[in-house]
Design a protein around this ligand. Structure first.
Ligand code: ATP
Length: 237
């Protein structure tokens, strides 16, 4: 199976800090791939490098057969890689409807946009009830849902999710993971970065564990859930 997105030798430095130290990973079409690790391990940096939002010190990114290593962020989005940033990042002074419309701002296929709008509202019925409310008045979980819905409005080929469970109550976390699974079952390729190792491994087809900028384990989500190092270091068993 050839990868939809392949990253090799990725390095990112912040001054003297080597945040990502030459990692390799691949995303396969239609799968959920997860990158899990502790706070500060280099997960967000990896995502930002993929999106073109931080500079790569070394490495290569190939997407659908094209080298996108040096492509600027807006062109990477145009190619179909959409990122949902950590901390939800909805535009709080805009309404839910406006946030969703912004997600599709670079598209001009009105009929398909309307269909996607209905799709995301069916996926997140709570957003439909709050279409004319300000995003800033939503609960944390609802804002996370809106951030995902807005990214889906771009009709991406790959969705990058940065810690969607962060700061949410356990029941809401469950809901978010169910939605991630449902979106993937519609065929979307997902790259999920998480500190919630257990939940992320449960939904992932393929998983990588990152520690201080290096990938130390990889395998199926299922296999890593049972791996002694994962059990000991991340699952408190
Ligand atoms: P978190 O869950 O906190 O986001 P993470 O695994 O995503 O953790 P990163 O945010 O990627 O980790 O951080 C990796 C390393 O890079 C850390 O040592 C962090 O302090 C450092 N770092 C991240 N962003 C910057 C920055 N803008 N300037 C300097 N150092 C940074």
């Amino acid at each position: 199976m050839s990868a939809l997105l392949e990253v090799s030798g990725l390095k990112v430095n912040f001054g003297h800090v080597e945040a990502v130290k030459g990692i390799d990973f691949a995303l396969h079409e239609g799968q959920i791939t997860t990158l899990v690790g502790a706070n500060g391990a280099g997960k967000s940096t990896t995502l930002l490098a993929l999106s073109g939002l931080v500079a790569k010190a070394a490495g290569r990114v190939v997407f659908a057969g094209n080298d996108i290593t040096r492509m600027p962020a807006h062109k990477i989005v145009d190619r179909g890689i959409s990122q949902v940033a950590e901390g939800r990042a909805t535009l709080t002074t805009l309404t839910v409807r406006e946030n969703l419309e912004l997600g599709a701002y670079h598209r001009n296929d009105a009929q398909a946009i309307a269909a996607d709008y209905e799709y995301v509202l069916a996926l997140f019925p709570r957003l439909r009830e709050r279409l004319d409310g300000l995003a800033g008045n939503l609960s944390g979980g609802e804002q996370q849902m809106l951030a995902i819905a807005r990214a889906l409005m771009a009709r991406p080929r790959v969705l990058l999710l940065d810690e969607p469970s962060m700061g949410l109550a356990p029941l809401i976390v469950q809901e978010i993971f169910l939605i991630i699974k449902a979106i993937n079952q519609e065929g979307l390729t997902i790259f999920l970065v998480e500190q919630n190792v257990r939940q992320a491994l449960k939904v992932a087809h393929r998983a990588y564990v990152i520690e201080t900028g290096e990938i130390v384990l990889e395998g199926t989500g299922e296999a890593l859930l049972d791996h002694p190092r994962v059990l000991e270091a991340y699952l408190g068993v």
